[in-house]
Ligand binder design. Structure first.
Ligand code: NI
Length: 172
C-alpha cells in the first residue's frame, strides 16, 4: 500500500465525470488499498478516486469511531433519500476548510463491493452525508457548489464531536 497525492480544489480532474468500473483489475485493487490508506492517513471520512487522479467510479467511506470499518463503493448510486440535515462538511481536496451543506438525512445506496458483488447500504447523518459527498465527486462535483455562505475553519475538537455523530446500517 502507498499514500497517494490528494488533488486539490482547482485541479480540473475534480470536475470531470468518472467512468463506471466494468472489471476490477489488480491495479484497481491496489488503488482501493491506497485510497483507504490515504483517507486514514489524512484523517478523512471519505475519498473518491478522482481525488487521487483516477477517473473511475470508486469511493471509500469510513465513519466508524475507530476508523477501522471502511466501506468500498464501486459504481455507487443513491436509490432512495429522505429527510434533511444541514451541517459542516469538509473535503481532503480543500484541507482545513468547512462549509454548511444540506444533505438528505437518510440515503439508500446501491453499489458493487471489491469483488464486484452488488450490495445495498443504508446510512443516516454523517454516514449519509459522507456517501452523498463522495458520490458527488464521481460526477465532478465539490461540496463547495452546495455550501451555504462562506467556508470557514473549525478546530480539531469540533471535528471530533462531528465524527462521533455517525450512524450506519448495512444490509446485504
Ligand atoms: Ni471530498
Amino acid at each position: 500500500m502507498a499514500l497517494r497525492e490528494v488533488r486539490q480544489q482547482g485541479d480540473p480532474i475534480l470536475q470531470r465525470e468518472c467512468k463506471p468500473v466494468k472489471e476490477l483489475k489488480e491495479r484497481d485493487q491496489i488503488l482501493i488499498d491506497d485510497m483507504l490508506e490515504t483517507m486514514h492517513a489524512n484523517d478523512g471520512v471519505g475519498l473518491a478516486a478522482p481525488q487521487v487522479g483516477v477517473l473511475k467510479q470508486i469511493a471509500v467511506v469510513d465513519v466508524s469511531e475507530n476508523r477501522d470499518d471502511p466501506i468500498i463503493l464501486i459504481n455507487p448510486k443513491v436509490v432512495e433519500s429522505d429527510g434533511e440535515q444541514t451541517g459542516p462538511e469538509g473535503c481532503l481536496s480543500l484541507p482545513g476548510l468547512y462549509g454548511d451543506v444540506t444533505r438528505p438525512n437518510h440515503v439508500v445506496v446501491e453499489a458493487l463491493d471489491r469483488n464486484m458483488e452488488p450490495f445495498t447500504v443504508e446510512g443516516e447523518e454523517l454516514f449519509a452525508r459522507a456517501m452523498c459527498h463522495e458520490i458527488d465527486h464521481l460526477s465532478g462535483h465539490m461540496y463547495t457548489e452546495l455550501a451555504q455562505g462562506p467556508l470557514y475553519e473549525m478546530d480539531e475538537e469540533d471535528e471530533k464531536v462531528k465524527n462521533r455523530r455517525s450512524n450506519r446500517k448495512r444490509t446485504k
